[in-house]
Design a protein around this ligand. Structure first.
Ligand code: GDG
Length: 493
């Protein structure tokens, strides 16, 4: 860790709820920062290479934040969060108010005015931190639903910078968004940006519709016209889809290593070399459709369609948001169901389902993907779902079948997957049975087509497309557009 000069500024500033590092305690009690392995970090590495970049985010621990520091060519600016703020801004407003609303209210959203107050305060703090490190005319790229007020807060302070925001999760239908008591504030916060990126065109369109219906702003296909309030010129904000992806080459390289290949074989052997191995990999989140998937699997066992050890199922459910009540309830439900399935259908040495409430290194995930014949990705709603793309990237052998929910962003790209509606349990059972009996030549053809898509559209391409869209986004209404808007106004007056 190198101390950084205090007043340095940067041409590219990334802001996300979390910094891309975790503090590790070493055996001698000292601590060091380690780069976290997520896709966002990899994507940003590729855009930051050769550039001077800063990253603003929470360091992951309550209380005072460490001083800014340089790590692997990136300037990291920790934003402090107190323990009550973690409960109100992060677990509360972000994960118990916004998350359910933006995911079709699969569970009811909780509204607390105190949480909103805290969300505003933390967003202010992020905006301050961004402005302190942004060079004149810098590009500022803000990530996700935790920071929706930041674009306008940065613009107020720094009209010279270009501001982009990317939403990793869906944008809900207007009727659902309308439930939020603070809906206008959130829209106004985002409209401080020049460019807003979404996973799907439908998400961008939902946002534009919300601006039209709730703020009565004029909109065109993919732009919102923001009229000036204080004599400043009118602005135009563009909202469009830029679907995120994975570091395809990096993951494929890992999946091809002898160690990962050997581990994939070992996993299958340890399960008694089943004819068919099913796999689910998710954060333990109610949006991921884990309960629906288990129901389909259990019914197939009850029907006698197959039985272990001939067919078996590994479900990795990475611990997530364990202090939020809806997540605790989900864990109890999933674990009760897994217990029942194993009790009814397992035998000594061959459980019907291997349930793992743990997180694993990347190598182990790549081995699991390679070992699995059928990958079950069945969310009820998901912005993209990177697991689906990761499975495809790891199948350099062209083996395996991807069963994919139509309610994921990934379904809009991975057309050749076996599509399912997770609410239709019967349909899901049929899709699993078709995958079990599928023709190997057809499977290879399908996997080849899926792999082409994931190769051509990787995370590096996503990041450069986002920044390009930010650079070319129109800031002012073009004359022709302005004339048309004026005509529309006259027409409606
Ligand atoms: C949000 C949106 C959107 C999971 N367990 C382990 C592990 N993982 C990795 C997966 C994958 C990532 O975590 C999860 O990404 P997803 O896309 O599946 O889902 P969210 O966490 O909900 O992410 C989502 C995404 O943002 C990006 O924009 O796609 O829609 O909800 O990469 O592999 N990785 C390791 N060990 C684990 O145990 N190493």
């Amino acid at each position: 860790m190198d101390p950084a000069p205090a007043a340095r500024t940067y041409d590219l500033v990334i802001a996300a709820n979390r910094l891309p590092v975790d503090r590790q305690v070493l055996p001698d009690g000292s601590t060091e920062w380690r780069r976290s392995p997520g896709g966002l970090v990899t994507a940003m590495e590729s855009v930051m290479r050769g550039r001077e970049g800063a990253w603003v985010g929470w360091a992951g621990e309550a209380g005072e934040a460490p001083e800014p520091f340089d790590e692997d060519g990136m300037h990291l600016v920790p934003v402090p969060l107190s323990a009550p703020e973690i409960a109100s801004y992060y677990e509360g407003f972000s994960n118990d108010t916004l998350w359910p609303i933006y995911h079709d209210v699969i569970v009811p959203a909780t509204f607390h005015r105190g949480w909103w107050q805290s969300y505003r305060e933390v967003n202010e703090r992020f905006a301050e931190a961004i402005c302190s490190v942004a060079s004149p005319g810098a590009r500022v790229w803000i990530h996700d639903y935790q920071l929706q007020l930041v674009p306008a807060l940065v613009r107020e302070r720094r009209p010279d910078v270009r501001i982009g925001w990317f939403n990793h999760i869906p944008w809900p239908a207007v009727e659902l968004f309308a439930q939020l008591p603070w809906r206008e504030h959130l829209l106004r916060g985002l409209l401080g940006a020049d460019f807003l990126g979404f996973q799907r065109t439908a998400d961008a369109q939902n946002f534009i519709r919300a601006c039209r219906q709730m703020l009565h702003l004029q909109t065109r296909t993919d732009t919102v016209h923001v009229a000036s309030e204080d004599g400043a010129p009118d602005r135009v904000v563009r909202a469009a889809s830029v679907p995120i992806s994975i570091d395809t080459k990096g993951l494929e390289k890992l999946a091809k290593t002898p160690a990962v290949r050997a581990r994939a074989k070992e996993i299958r052997a340890s399960l008694g070399n089943p004819r068919t191995l099913l796999l689910g990999v998710d954060r333990l989140d109610y949006t991921k459709g884990i309960r629906h998937r288990l129901k389909a699997y259990e019914e197939l066992l009850v029907d006698g369609a197959f039985s272990p050890p001939d067919v078996t199922f590994i479900q990795v459910a990475t611990p997530s948001r364990e202090r939020v009540e809806a997540y605790r309830r989900l864990r109890t439900e999933v674990e009760t169901t897994v217990g029942r399935i194993n009790g009814d259908h397992g035998s000594i040495g061959s459980p019907a389902i291997q349930y793992l409430h743990q997180s694993y290194p990347r190598e182990e995930m790549a081995a699991l993907f390679q070992a699995a014949d059928i990958m079950l990705v069945t969310p009820l709603r998901d912005g993209m779902n990177l697991v689906a793309k990761e499975y495809v990237a790891c199948r350099h052998d062209l083996g395996g079948t991807l069963v994919l929910s139509e309610f994921t962003g990934a379904a809009h790209e991975l057309h050749q997957a076996s599509m399912v509606n997770p609410h239709d349990i019967e349909g899901m059972k049929q899709a699993i049975l078709r995958a079990v009996d599928s023709d190997p030549a057809e499977r290879r053809r399908t996997m080849r087509a899926l792999r082409r898509r994931v190769h051509d559209h990787d995370v590096q391409r996503w990041a450069s497309m986002f920044l390009e869209s930010l650079d070319i986004a129109p800031r002012r209404p073009q004359r022709r557009v302005r004339r048309e808007l004026d005509e529309q106004t006259e027409g409606t007056a």
